[in-house]
Structure formats: structure tokens, C-alpha cells
Design a protein around this ligand. Sequence first.
Ligand code: PLP
Length: 404
Amino acid sequence: MLNVDKIREDFPILKRTVHGKPLVYFDNAATSQTPQIVIDAIVDYYSNYNANIHRGVHTLSQEATDKYEEARIKVQKHFNAKEAYEIILTAGTTHSINIVASGFTTLLNEGDELIVSALEHHSNIVPWQMLCEKTGAILKVIPMNEEGSLDMKTYHQLLNTKTKLVFCNHVSNALGTVNPIEEIIEAAHKIGAAVLIDGAQATPHIKPDLQKLNADFYVASAHKLCGPTGVGFLYGKQEWLEKLPPYQGGGEMIATVSFKKTTYAGLPHKFEAGTPNICGGIAFGVALDYMNAVGFENIATYEDELLKYGTQELLKIEGLRIYGTSAKKTAVISFNIDGIHPYDMGAILDKLGVAVRTGHHCAQPIMDYYKIPGTIRASFSFYNTKKEIDIFIESVKKAQIMLS
Ligand SMILES: *Cc1c(COP(=O)(O)O)cnc(C)c1O
């Protein structure tokens, strides 16, 4: 069981007010809030052992290197990757996807096929379109249906011997749908295609076991997992990370450099050019420790209660439609109300202290499917409460009256 009152004490930001009202933070799918223990880790780094890593013989550099490599192992253990060097610490999901998409430039031929799902965030669409432009590969799309789930029958029909790569999110950020990635991965592997899973929206709620899942690549961002912004990871199976060329050239990623020939460093450093977000990486490790102490089973059970309660209460509002009604979803509710533009609703909710997201949520193809400009999205975290949902519902009702 989760003690929400106690958990809320860990997050200083939850005590603040917005426009004189207590903050109700329901934009967790965009970024999560930061517990004091993670803030303390950031302060501790800059106060006590700020130094560049992997270079100095001096004490501070050793301490920073040890902590950074410890963080990598925390990520490895948390997601059960086989080897620590299969975890590349990156600037986040977008950066991780670009490393893989760019690397495949040398591995694809004209006419090769890539498969993407209709439920993707732009960051899991655009890098692949750029790859197709460079290589002449063709992008195919797994369609979605009215409830916001993938049309798996069409997926199986799209797979063929020309398919080289499939990429899909584990959970849709716009709708909350949990995708059947086990089935997607297994079917792709049968025809020899590699699979990249975007876990940015899943990892705050689900603890995937990467060895069991067997995806070739899995990526996520720390800032949705109670960690800082600008850091995340790329997991890749060793064989794939060895096959892919480096993404950026520079310091840290080389073994030897001369003007005749430069040789690259081994994994994971081959993909970690330049001074990384050292403090961010260390704080990411602390955030994972924090979330594990809360417990992912507790988180899932509690957030599901919030989702059910929020859905039930919202549906009592006249003219309200929820987008994304799959049986398997995380605590994200995307909705619209007849005759009200999402942006106007979002602006009034803000005046009432309620933070939600409005717009296309970086997933325009989903909005196109429903023929809407965007939605209002409330996304819950384990530190939210039913009482906050009540405030949110009252605020939506008030805004509805003001806007109609
Ligand atoms: C947030 C998100 C991203 C992008 O993450 P960044 O941290 O901005 O790189 C990609 N995909 C999904 C599903 C997301 O929720």
C-alpha cells in the first residue's frame, strides 16, 4: 500500500500555489515532479564533487566517475539489461532514437521497409522519416482504431522479408494505450526485423524486464521518472550496438586519435561523445532508487484507481468525450467537451490552479485520425490524490459554464 500523504511530503513543488490556488499538477505525462532526494543529489554533486569523468586522476574526478558508472548500473539493474555497457546514457528519448535512426543510414538499402505505429510521438516518427529520405527506405504505418488501439491484423500483414525495422511506443503519451509490444517484437523477429520500443511513457508506470521483452532497442527519459531533464538512456543489444556506427564524434568516444586514423572506443563510450550530463545521470539513478522504494506494483495499482475514478467522474459531464478507451491503459485521460476549444479550457484550468496539457501532444497523426485539433489531457502520477481529481472536475465544470 502506498502512503500518499507521506509521499507528497517528498515533493516540495506540491506545496506551491498557482494564481492563489493550491497547485493540482496533472501534466505528468509531459514531465514528472522531482522528489527532495533527487534535488539533494543534484546539490550534493555541485557542492561536493563536481568534476569531469573518465579523465582525471584526482579525487573529485574519481568520485564523479564512480557515481556516474554506478548510475549506469542502476539503470541496467532496474530494467534488467544483460550488460551495463548495453546502457548508453543519453540526453533522453529523442536523442536515443536519433542515435539509432542515424546509425541505420549505413545499414539500409533503397526499397527496405520500416514499420511505425499510428500512435507515435513525433520523436518516434520524424527521425525515421529523415532516415527514409536519406536511404530510399519506405515507411509503413500500423493503423489505429476508434478506441485508440493498434490494428494488429494489419501489422501482421505489413511484415515481410523487406521489413528491416519496427518501432512503436510501449505506452501512447496522447491516449495512454498500452501497446501489445510482446506480440509486435515476436512477430518482427520471426522475419528478421529489429525492434525499437519507445518506453518514455511506460517507464513511469511499468518496470519492463528487457531480457524477457527481447526488444533490440528500448529508450526512455529520466524526467518522466522523477529524475531531471536532459538525461535518459538507450538500451541496445550488444550485437546491435556493435553493428551501429557512432552518432557523434568527439572526446570520450575514441580509443586513439591521429590524423591518419581514429579508432573508436568500445561500448558504451562509443555513443557517449563529449562531456555528458554527469549530474543528471547520477540524479537519474537516485530517482530510480526512489521509485523502487515506492514500488512499481503499488504505483500501478494506485494510479489505476485514480484513472478509474477520474474517468468515471469526467464522464458525468455533459458533452464530454474521452479519446483512448482501450482496456489496457495508464493513467492518462485525453478528452474534449462539445463546443469548447482545448486551449481555452486549459487556460481557465490554469487560473484555477490545475495544470493539464492541451494540444496535439506531439502526436498529430492521432489527432488527424479523430479529426480534432487537439485534446485536453490530464495525466496522473502516484503523488496525486482523489481529492485533487475532485478539484479538477469542479474546475472543468466551472470552465464549461464560463465558455458556453
Ligand atoms: C515524452 C515522450 C517522448 C520524448 O521524450 P523527450 O524526453 O522529450 O526526448 C517520446 N515518446 C513518448 C511516448 C513520450 O511520452
